[in-house]
Design a protein around this ligand. Structure first.
Ligand SMILES: Cc1ncc(C[n+]2csc(CCOP(=O)(O)OP(=O)(O)O)c2C)c(N)n1
Ligand SMILES: [Mg+2]
Length: 421
């Protein structure tokens, strides 16, 4: 681990990893008391990934968690009581008891898209979120996670190819914990590094030690800022190990003892505590204060959850179908003049360029425009037509200039300046 963050950032990462583990420990107890409805999954030993990656996002960014990403939800601001109530199917839970595990989102405030059980399906969905953010001029980045097993689904490849083709500001975290249920990664992927999958789509990738929270955070931060700057999607493979079975029902006896022992020695929280104490960022007193803070918080959050009633039976027949405004009131938040892109009509000129998008032989060059209106005829597709900031008439066709070679970041910055007009 390298020292490069502020003291507060170091301590935040520690707090959230401890909180992540404590929330899950408490849920194991609730599960054994038969208070959890449905399955219970564990991210024991993988906390550095959920916490380090989500911590690299800004408040306005979007994420969609998978089953082992409770840490990411906590970092995004979900209170532990919501996680407890959701797992207990209580009336005050985010889904009012209609769904379990971490199957809930918050589109209005925290920008969380609910997980989808079908592995890989969140990749095209979050690509869409990333593209929508670009369309609305929001400068957001979207993130989701996938496992080693999930990276072999068809939709993983379709989704990542789509994200790459669209240069979507999207970061995908591939948690390679070496197992998918009882299948070891070696038996289902003929690759040493799953990050190599990125090559098939011409996108950038990183490999990180998933048990080193500082490296996870700083690598993800770099990837997030590159995606935000217009470089397109980025894949990060975080190497780690699934310390528990697939879920509570699975004792994982198929995992070799030596493998488990090796990884238990590399517990991400223990490793981080050593680092913090060697850097004089945390002493015994500070550690105790954090533990007491988390204990007190979780006791009150658990009590709140336990005291929440089970939903009344009649609730089952409500909210089954979306009925429009009384179902959800999500409105697009435009960060650019809406008139630039609506109503779509054939005369609408492209107003947004993304470096390298459409740079193939048959298209217009390194700064091809993305059309928001109807697709223009091929010969017009290279036109770098501009419109006034107030969304007035197109200013006429401007000849395409072949942009001098500049760094991707500079090109992206200029694209973003245009976008803000
Ligand atoms: C498309 C699809 N196939 C199968 C499943 C069933 N399933 C749920 S989790 C899982 C294993 C996932 O392994 P991995 O992606 O490595 O994630 P991990 O559990 O290790 O975090 C499977 C096969 C599913 N949910 N979706
Ligand atoms: Mg796995």
């Amino acid at each position: 681990m390298k020292k490069e963050l502020t003291r507060q950032q170091y301590l935040d990462l520690y707090y959230y990893m401890r909180l992540n583990r404590a929330v899950e420990d408490m849920m194991v107890k609730l599960f054994r008391q038969n208070k959890i409805v449905g399955g219970l999954y564990s991210s024991l030993g993988q906390e550095a990934i959920s916490v380090g990656t989500a911590y690299a996002l800004e408040k306005k960014d979007w994420l969609a968690p998978m089953i082992r990403n409770i840490g990411a939800l906590l970092v995004k601001g979900v209170p532990p009581r919501d996680i407890f109530m959701q797992h207990m199917a209580k009336s005050d839970s985010p889904t009012k008891g209609k769904d379990g595990t971490s199957h809930f989102g918050d589109l209005d405030n925290l920008h969380i898209v609910s997980p989808i059980s079908m592995l890989g399906d969140l990749i095209p969905v979050m690509t869409g979120v990333a593209m929508a953010g670009r369309y609305l001029g929001q400068k957001i980045v979207a993130m989701t996670w996938i496992g080693d097993g999930g990276s072999s689904t068809g939709v993983f490849h379709e989704g990542l190819n789509f994200a790459a083709a669209q240069k979507a500001p999207f970061v995908l975290i591939l948690e390679n914990n070496l197992w998918a249920y009882s299948t070891p990664v070696r038996k289902q992927v003929p690759l040493e590094n799953l990050a190599d999958r990125a090559k098939a789509y011409g996108i950038e990738s990183y490999i990180v030690d998933g048990n080193d929270v500082v490296t996870v955070y700083s690598t993800t931060k770099e990837a997030v800022e590159r995606a935000r700057a217009g470089e397109g999607p980025i894949l990060i493979e975080a190497k780690t190990f699934r310390r528990m079975g697939h879920a509570q029902h699975d004792p994982a006896e198929y995992v070799p003892k030596e493998m488990r022992a090796y990884w238990e020695e590399r517990d991400p929280i223990t490793l981080y505590e050593k680092f913090l104490s060697s850097e004089k960022l945390l002493d015994a007193k500070g550690k105790k204060e954090i533990e007491e803070k988390i204990d007190a918080l979780l006791v009150s959050e658990r009590d709140f959850a336990e005291n929440s009633p089970m939903p009344p039976a009649e609730l089952a027949e409500t909210g089954v179908y979306c009925t429009g405004d009384d179902c959800h009131k999500i409105q697009a938040k435009w960060e650019r003049p809406i008139v630039e892109v609506t109503p779509p009509r054939s005369s609408v000129k492209a107003v947004w360029t993304v470096s390298g998008f459409g740079a193939g032989k048959a298209s217009g060059g390194a700064n091809a425009p993305i059309h928001f209106g109807d697709t223009q005829p091929a010969e017009d597709a290279t036109g770098n037509g501009t419109r006034s900031a107030k969304g007035g008439k197109p200013s006429g066709k401007t000849p395409v200039k072949v942009a001098p070679k500049k760094t991707v970041k500079a090109a992206a910055a200029s694209a973003s300046r245009k976008a803000r007009r």
